[in-house]
Design a protein around this ligand. Structure first.
Ligand code: C2O
Ligand code: CU
Ligand code: CU
Length: 472
């Protein structure tokens, strides 16, 4: 049997209640037995109202990650409400079809709250996608991948000691949809897998155990133009990917695993480079000492072909039409907004600053309805051994990746992951590797206000590696 908590009493497993008032199309699906929130299914164009009742001890707010909504409905931490209060989100679904998600975004508690279950999937459909008739129902499988640690009583165990603050929390058990040792029984036919990396800081290098190439049909912001094949896919925290996988040629009884392959170069080199007077690994740093470091080789889930099927579906050759931005369309084609990522002991920063609820620096003021050229630069010379990979996320509309450049000195470990980067299509989170500069084009349309950008390593986010863009 599968339970989300191995056994024993669940501690601090939180839920939020969602009510969809408008539109008969919206549905809320619970994942039975899981500590995750329900799956919300929405349609493009739909008007949505969500009443969020905070039953959590302490302030809380929920953010719809990847959705393009007004500031008041974006879950900015300054809209956190106290226990017992209710906050209503009102928005129209403008996004394309895609795999989005929602999670707690309380200032300095995002990692903690998500860890104990305040997160869930938010699936949007639209006409273009429905016309493709992709595998649906039993053949469309949402998969939320997270790593956790369990204590003596099999309770969820979260620590934020010195080590986790630096590198992020890592668990030694892999959960899928809240379940350890996840197994997926399938029919011998095509499936659509909708995968979210809902982990606090772990990066996955997803591959099929028998070497079958990974067929990607969508990323953060929905369908790609056409299916793309990769030897593996790199999935950083908060990123989503949709895979097409056809078990049609496989025998009943056969097995295949979805695994994470080894890689290097994403973590700070501990020891000498860590700095900070005499702080070695934190005394409570179980995460860092976990048997499962970032870049380890492990299995995520086992897929078993349990029955034959006569009918099958074909992978469409074309999926969608994407309008690709040109650099010259940006308001600032010659003056990118440059965001330097840096790490100091206890304080990861963006352009040398940490979070402020409302203060905005000059380069963070953005004109409404403009397209901006933005670059994230992870080349802090003074960081030395503390340099690590940062999954950078921007709220509001998704962006397009224009180019990625890595310094030669970092090339070697970079290539252990870079063949799995999905650089086409729409993205809202991008992994910025040590030595790398990622240039992107980001539209800021429709809504004025403060929209966050931050590292989605949740321990970094909670250490204030987060800032606002002010759109006006
Ligand atoms: Cu997934 Cu600002 O969040
Ligand atoms: Cu977000
Ligand atoms: Cu970070």
């Amino acid at each position: 049997t599968k339970t989300s908590i191995l056994s024993g009493p669940p501690t601090e497993v939180w839920k939020f209640s969602a009510t969809l008032l408008k539109g008969p199309q919206g549905t809320v699906e619970e994942i039975p037995g899981s500590y995750l929130g329900p799956i919300l299914r929405l349609r493009q164009g739909q008007k949505v109202r969500i009443h969020f009742h905070n039953k959590v001890p302490g302030p809380c707010v929920i953010h719809q990650h990847g959705l393009h909504v007004p500031e008041r409905s974006d879950g900015h931490p300054r809209y956190a409400i106290d226990q017992g209060q209710t906050y209503s989100y009102d928005f129209q679904v403008l996004n394309r079809a895609g795999t989005y998600w929602y999670h707690s975004h309380t200032h300095q508690y995002t990692g903690h709250r998500v860890y104990f279950g305040l997160a869930g999937l938010l699936l949007v459909s639209d006409q273009e996608e429905r016309a493709l008739n992709l595998p649906s129902g039993d053949y469309e499988i949402p998969l939320v991948i997270q790593d956790r640690q369990f204590g003596q009583q099999n309770e969820l165990h979260y620590t934020r000691g010195m080590h986790e603050r630096m590198a992020g929390f890592l668990g030694n058990r892999i959960l899928v949809n809240g379940f350890p040792d996840f197994e997926l029984p399938v029919a011998a036919r095509a499936y659509r897998l909708r995968i979210l990396n809902g982990s606090n800081s772990r990066i996955y290098k997803l591959a099929w155990s028998d070497g079958t190439p990974v067929t990607v049909i969508a990323s953060d912001g929905g369908l790609l133009e056409k299916p793309e094949r990769y030897p593996y896919v790199t999935l950083a925290p908060a990123e989503r990917i949709e895979l097409w996988v056809d078990f049609g040629g496989r025998k009943v009884g056969s097995e295949i695993k979805l695994q994470s392959l080894p890689f290097s170069g994403t973590m700070p080199r501990m020891g000498g480079g860590m700095g900070g007077r005499g702080h070695g690994r934190g005394r409570h740093g179980h995460g860092g000492d976990s048997a499962l470091p970032n870049g380890a080789d492990f299995s995520i889930m086992k897929v078993q072909v349990v029955r034959k099927e006569n009918e099958n579906q074909k992978l469409p050759r074309r999926l969608s039409t994407i309008r690709n931005y040109q650099m010259q369309e940006a308001e600032n084609p010659d003056h990118p907004r440059t965001i330097h990522l840096s790490m100091r002991p206890h304080s990861p920063r963006l352009n040398g600053r940490s979070f402020s609820m409302t203060a905005v620096a000059e380069e963070e003021g953005v004109k409404l309805d403009s397209l901006q050229l933005i670059e994230f630069v992870n080349r802090d010379r003074r960081a030395r051994g503390m340099m690590m990979a940062h999954p950078m996320h921007i709220h509001g509309q998704p962006f397009q990746i224009l180019r990625r450049e890595v310094l030669p000195a970092f090339q070697q470990s970079y290539t252990t992951l870079s063949k799995g980067f999905i650089n086409s299509g729409w993205r809202d989170t991008v992994l910025v590797m040590p030595g790398e500069k990622v240039t992107l084009l980001k539209p800021f349309e429709d809504y004025e206000g403060l929209f966050l950008y931050h590292c989605h390593n949740m321990e970094h986010e909670d250490l204030d590696m987060m800032r606002n863009f002010q759109v006006r």
